[in-house]
Design a protein around this ligand. Structure first.
Ligand code: NI
Length: 393
């Protein structure tokens, strides 16, 4: 089976590189993946899959029916959206849309999804169950997975696989992780309301800027003194607005930030923990406050059995030296976690770094590039893991 898959994928390689370059030249922002979705639907239909468009707004679902009696459905998820970044790679297939770029490799993910569908469609006779391909929109704004789920994309799914490109490991390598892969990412907004006054007479005012600075400092110190250091919490205030003039004491400051954590119990306690600290500081100095904590996507927790399945497929396909178990999770976020409320799953990292370069540009960088040989690595790994899911070896 593995040799078969490798042969099919190798034959498809030129076409897949063409597809990836087409997608790369025509990136679309989150929720506006109209051309991409139409293109994906076209490729899936011509490979004989049953295609449904408009699932989760601009998402596409392709279903491949096996011939056996196993009624389990294996889902394979890829995302399709690009970022509001002006590409500076100078590649001849660089983005033709000003200010929009596939700088997170979702063009590669979509191509791997399509390649896997093409390969498995040629093996459909041997598949005992169904494979459902989810081409998700709007991952970058952490919404697409919820839209897809709302439209029934996960109904009856038994397990789900996903991937993300990773420039810190070389093209042709696979990175796996048992348990936590990415963090929960929540939004935080704090408003501090004091009393305006003359800059020369602070005793007659309640300085919202000074109190805001105390709030930020106390929160950062409290992480190191009151949170379990073995359960990471990162709180970053990325936006601060307040004040009208240099000599007027500000009566209102708004802080906006992101809160990342890995442990569900830690996460559950964060809203109260933050509110208490903000309240203590504000009450000490007579300011009013409001804390708005919104839960975003949860942490991706990879299922043990499925990760083991991915590892054994990848090792068989590429040898142990090209497969690494990643020692650390990332505090980045991925809305793949939304699907994991409905079925166990595992997401792997596909190495796309150029071996000959000492440093590869990171994701979300205007010079981000990928080693395209990774596309075949992704397709074979995904297709072979799907076969092994049905015990086909
Ligand atoms: Ni991404």
């Amino acid at each position: 089976m593995l040799t078969n898959i490798k042969d099919l994928a190798t034959k498809l390689a030129p076409r897949l590189i063409e597809i990836r370059r087409h997608l790369h030249s025509h990136p679309e922002l989150s929720g506006a993946e109209y051309q991409t979705a139409a293109f994906v639907a076209g490729v899936l239909s011509s490979s004989g899959l049953h295609v449904q468009e408009g699932v989760g707004k601009t998402g596409v679902v392709g279903e491949l029916n096996g011939t056996g009696s196993d009624n389990r459905i294996l889902a394979i998820r890829t995302d399709m959206d690009a970022l509001p970044i002006q590409e500076r790679t100078g590649l001849d297939f660089a983005s033709r849309t000003s200010g929009v770029m596939h700088a997170c490799g979702h063009d590669v993910h979509t191509t791997v999804g399509l390649g896997t569908a093409m390969v498995l469609s040629q093996l459909a006779e041997e598949l005992p169950g169904k494979v459902r391909f989810l081409f998700q929109p709007a991952e970058e704004i952490a919404q697409g997975a919820s839209w897809m789920v709302k439209d029934g994309a996960m109904s009856d799914v038994s397990a789900i696989l996903g991937l993300h490109v990773f420039p810190s490991i070389p093209g042709g390598s696979i990175g796996l992780r048992y348990g936590a892969l990415t963090a929960a990412a929540d939004d935080l907004e704090i408003t501090i309301v004091g009393e305006s006054g003359h800059g020369a007479r602070p005793h007659e005012a309640t300085d919202a800027i000074w109190i805001a600075s105390q709030v930020i400092t106390t929160l950062q110190q409290a992480i190191s003194r009151t949170q379990n250091p073995l359960r990471p919490v990162v709180l970053s205030i990325g936006q601060i607005n307040g004040g009208r003039a240099p000599n007027i004491i500000a009566d209102k400051v708004e802080l906006k930030g992101t809160v990342r954590s890995l442990h569900p119990e830690t996460r559950a306690n964060l809203p109260t923990w933050i509110e208490t600290i903000v309240a203590n500081v504000c009450n000490s100095y007579g300011a009013k406050f409001e804390v708005n904590y919104r839960q975003g996507v949860p942490s991706v927790q990879n299922d043990y059995m499925l990760t083991q399945l991915l590892q054994s497929s990848a090792e068989e396909a590429w040898g142990c030296e090209r497969v690494q178990v990643l020692p650390e999770p990332s505090l980045g976020a991925e809305d793949f976690s939304v699907y994991l409320d409905y079925a166990p799953g595992s997401m792997f990292r596909l190495g796309v770094g150029f071996k000959e370069r000492t440093a590869n540009y990171p994701l979300h960088h205007p010079l981000f590039e990928v080693d395209e040989s990774a596309i075949i690595t992704g397709v074979v790994t995904m297709a072979y893991t799907a076969c092994k899911f049905w015990n086909l070896t």
